[in-house]
Write a protein that binds this ligand. Structure first.
Ligand code: NAP
Length: 416
C-alpha cells in the first residue's frame, strides 16, 4: 500500500486488487480516489456521488458501499499545494486502481500541456473508451438517433498525438527534410512543419484486444477496425492488419472476419460468433449516419477516434451527456468528457449527466452491474419525464428546469 506524504486514506475501506488473470478483485467497501475537478467539478461530483451512493445502497441493500477518497488535482491543488498533480494523488490512483474525475483546467504556460494527457501517460491508460447511445427525449439532429449505439475504443498513446512535431524553419525540421531527401529520395517542401505519426504493433494490438474482449464479454455483434489504410499504409493500414492478426491468433474460435463470412459461411453469421470487420475512416462517418445499426464496437487510432467520438456524440444530442473512461492494464480513470465551464462554477446549474454516466461505466468495470442498471434507469426516466438541467430544458418543449442537485434527486427518485 502507498505511503502518502500528506493524504490520509479512509480507514473504513479497502483497495481494489488485481487478480492474476488481470481481472479486478473488488471488496464490498472499495476505496475510490475521486478528483473533484475545477469550475463546475464540485457541483457535478456532488451530484454523481449522491446518485451512485443511492444506487449502490438500493442494489445491494447496504452490503456494499463505495468509500470515496478525495484527492487533490488541478487549480485547487495548485493554489493550496503549489502542484497541479501532487505525487500523493498519483500514488492513490496507482494503489487503488479505479478512480473518477471531474474536469480539470488546462494550465496555460508552465511545464504541463494538459493534466488529462499527463494522467494518461503516467498510468499508460492506452484506451479511451466512449460509449455513445441515445437517451430517449434528448433532442438530436437526426431522424432516428436510437439506431446509433456504439462503443468507441480509441488508442490513446501514439499516432500523431505522440507530440513529436517540429516547427517550420527550425534546425530540426530542416534536418529531417534533408535526411528524407538525402537518405530516402523523398521530396518535402523546405518550408514545411513536420509531424511524426508512430503506430506500433504493441499499441495497436493491445487496443484491439481490449475492444474484442469487451465485445465478447458483453455479447455484442461486431468489432469494426476503423483506419485510413488506403492512404497511410504502414500506420493506419498496419493497424487494420495487426487488428485482424490479434482477432485470428487470440480469439480464433469466437470470431469470424467479414471476408470469412462471405467466403466460407455464405454471408450467414454463425451463431455465437463475433464479426470482425474494417472500414475506411471517411466511410465510417457516412456509415454511422446512414446505417448506424450495423455498428457496435469501433476500434481505432488516436486521431480518428478523437473526431469519431465527438461526431457520434453530436448525433445523439451532444456532448453534455457523453461519458468516458481511460483504461490501461491495471488502472482506469472515469471522467466527464466536457470541460470546467468556469462561468457556471458553483451555480448548481449544469448537467451532471456526463459524470454520472461515467460512473455507470465505472460500476460496470467493477462488476457492480445492478447498481449501474439502476443509475441508467433513473437517468432515462428523469429525462423522459422532461426533468432536466438548463442545457436540455432550452431544447425540449414543455420541460421542467432543475438544478444540478435537483437533477440528481430526480435520477434517484426515478430509480425505483
Ligand atoms: P467546456 O468547459 O466544456 O464548456 C463549453 C460549454 O459547453 C459551456 O459554456 C456550456 O455551454 C457547455 N457545457 C459544458 N459542460 C456542461 C455541462 N456539464 N452542462 C451543461 N453545459 C455544459 O469547454 P471550454 O470552455 O472550452 O473549456 C474550459 C476549461 O476546461 C479549459 O481550461 C479546458 O482546457 C478545460 N477542459 C478540460 C477537460 C477535461 O478535464 N476532461 C475537457 C475539455 C476542456 P453553454 O454556455 O452554451 O451552456
Amino acid at each position: 500500500m502507498a505511503q502518502f506524504k500528506f493524504l490520509k486514506p479512509p480507514a473504513d475501506g479497502e483497495g481494489i486488487q488485481l487478480r492474476p488473470d488481470g481481472g479486478l478483485a473488488v471488496p464490498d467497501r472499495p476505496i475510490i480516489p475521486q478528483i473533484i475537478g475545477d469550475g463546475i467539478g464540485p457541483d457535478i461530483s456532488r451530484a454523481m456521488v449522491r446518485v451512485v451512493d443511492a444506487a449502490v445502497e438500493r442494489a445491494f441493500g447496504g452490503r456494499r458501499k463505495i468509500v470515496w477518497f478525495e484527492v487533490p488535482a488541478g487549480e485547487g491543488a495548485h493554489e493550496s499545494l503549489g502542484e497541479w498533480l501532487p505525487e500523493d494523488t498519483l500514488d492513490a490512483i496507482r494503489s487503488y486502481r479505479v478512480a473518477i474525475k471531474g474536469p480539470l483546467t488546462t494550465p496555460i504556460g508552465g511545464g504541463i500541456r494538459s493534466l488529462n494527457v499527463a494522467l494518461r501517460q503516467i498510468f499508460d491508460l492506452y484506451a479511451c473508451v466512449r460509449p455513445v447511445r441515445w437517451i430517449e427525449g434528448v433532442p438530436s439532429p437526426v431522424k432516428a438517433p436510437e439506431k446509433l449505439n456504439v462503443i468507441i475504443f480509441r488508442e490513446n498513446t501514439e499516432d500523431i498525438y505522440k507530440g513529436i512535431e517540429f516547427a517550420e524553419g527550425t534546425p530540426e525540421a530542416r534536418r529531417i527534410i534533408a535526411l528524407l531527401k538525402d537518405e530516402f529520395g523523398k521530396e518535402v517542401r523546405p518550408d514545411s512543419g513536420i509531424g511524426i505519426k508512430p503506430v506500433s504493433v504493441t499499441g495497436s494490438k493491445r487496443l484491439v484486444r481490449m475492444a474484442i474482449q469487451y465485445a465478447l464479454d458483453h455479447q455484442l455483434p461486431s468489432v469494426t477496425l476503423v483506419h485510413k489504410g488506403n492512404i497511410m499504409k504502414f500506420t493506419e493500414g498496419a493497424f487494420r492488419d495487426w487488428g485482424y492478426e490479434v482477432a485470428k491468433a487470440e480469439f480464433r474460435d469466437r470470431i469470424v472476419t467479414e471476408e470469412e463470412l462471405y467466403d466460407t459461411h455464405g454471408g450467414k453469421m454463425p451463431a455465437g460468433r463475433l464479426l470482425v470487420k474494417d472500414r475506411i475512416a471517411d466511410s465510417i462517418f457516412q456509415q454511422v449516419l446512414l446505417r448506424p445499426d450495423e455498428y457496435s464496437v469501433l476500434a481505432t487510432l488516436n486521431l480518428n477516434g478523437d473526431y469519431l467520438s465527438d461526431a457520434c456524440a453530436a448525433q445523439v444530442g451532444g456532448l453534455g451527456m457523453a461519458p468516458g473512461a481511460n483504461i490501461g492494464a491495471g488502472t482506469a480513470i472515469f471522467e466527464a468528457t466536457h470541460g470546467t465551464a468556469p462561468k457556471y462554477a458553483n451555480k448548481d446549474m449544469v448537467n451532471p449527466g456526463s459524470l454520472i454516466l461515467s460512473a455507470v461505466m465505472m460500476l460496470e468495470h467493477m462488476g457492480w452491474n445492478a447498481a449501474a442498471a439502476l443509475v441508467n434507469r433513473g437517468i432515462a426516466r428523469a429525462v423522459a419525464a422532461k426533468t432536466v438541467t438548463y442545457d436540455l430544458e432550452r431544447q425540449i418543449e414543455g420541460a421542467t428546469k432543475v438544478s444540478t442537485s435537483g437533477f440528481a434527486e430526480a435520477v434517484v427518485a426515478h430509480m425505483g
